[in-house]
Design a protein around this ligand. Structure first.
Ligand code: MN
Length: 306
């Protein structure tokens, strides 16, 4: 008698619709992370997709006034347009498509982001946060601009590795968890398998065009969570299409998000909130932004990690 065949569990494939939110300047975004059913993918803990929108020359475009961060890195990645970054370290940096802005908040930093004067008409991009591990979250703040990133061509895909490691390449951007962030453009129509690191959990977000994932049509504005342990995924497309792949080793720490902060408990949040509102040196000062700093919301409830 032969032993019973044990079927492995089917790989996870969860479709998580983003919700709409507005950010500075009234700009509408699709917020894919955190999701009620999925707080993080590796150390990736926040994902906004904005645009594409067409701005008239007189439109202010993006206007996000000075605000603080702690315990996280911000990752800015553009498909169209330009965004001007200013921070409390004195950085003043224009970002354009194909470039990465990476800001490491550590214990505290503040910044502002705006469409520059004489901006181009289009605006389309992604804004991510990466949760910092305990070993780095209390450290000093830093800002880096990366105009050149590894480009990977394979099976009709033109990819840019913006964060971490994938497909034998490594991004120059300094991160503190094992992870990957890969921009994927489908150049040729077709179907192919993209190798993944099975030690990572992954998720895929469609940016534009028509694509299939594991044979299923991808809906726009939806994050497809792929779980851990996959060796590869099947990607198909018809015509020009673009997606973004997030991956990373699942974070074991109890990460808490509130407003613009990542911490571990409510007391840390209350302290950071009070220090921002009292203009404490911790978050510094952003110079040169023509507008008010953002006011922290009230925090009266106890926050729970999930
Ligand atoms: Mn910010």
């Amino acid at each position: 008698m032969s032993p019973p065949t044990v079927q492995p569990p089917p790989p996870v494939l969860e479709a998580l619709p983003a919700h709409e939110a507005t950010v500075g300047g009234g700009m509408l975004v699709r917020r894919a992370l955190p999701h009620r059913l999925r707080r993080r993918v590796g150390a990736w803990c926040f994902l906004d997709h904005y645009g594409p929108v067409t701005l008239a020359a007189q439109d202010a475009g993006m206007r996000v006034g000075p605000h603080p961060h702690m315990g996280l890195q911000t990752v800015s990645w553009l498909y169209e347009g330009a965004v001007l970054h200013r921070d409390s370290l004195g950085s003043l940096q224009l970002i354009e498509p194909g470039q990465l802005n990476l800001m490491t908040a550590g214990e505290g930093i503040s910044h502002a982001e705006e469409s520059p004067a004489g901006h181009p008409p289009g605006l389309h991009g992604l804004q991510f946060w990466i949760a910092l591990p305990e070993s780095r979250r209390h450290g000093t703040a830093a800002f880096d601009h990366h105009p050149k990133l590894p480009l990977i061509a394979r099976d009709g895909l033109a990819m840019t590795l913006i964060i971490g490691e994938a497909l034998g390449e490594r991004s120059p951007a300094k991160v503190y968890s094992d992870m990957a962030g890969l921009d994927i453009v489908c150049q040729d129509n077709g179907a192919r398998r993209l190798p993944l690191d099975p030690a990572f959990e992954h998720a895929l977000f469609l940016i534009e065009g028509e694509m299939t994932l594991e044979g299923q049509a991808m809906a726009p504005g939806t994050l497809y969570y792929l779980g851990l342990g996959r060796e590869s995924i099947a990607l198909g497309n018809r015509g020009h299409a673009r997606a973004f792949l997030l991956g990373g080793v699942p974070m074991q720490e109890d990460v808490l998000l509130w407003w613009n902060f990542v911490a571990r408990n409510t007391e840390e949040m209350q302290k950071a909130r009070a220090e921002w509102e009292s203009h404490a040196a911790r978050f510094g000062e952003v110079h040169g932004y023509a507008g008010p700093r953002l006011i922290a919301p009230e925090l009266s409830t106890r926050l729970k990690t999930r």
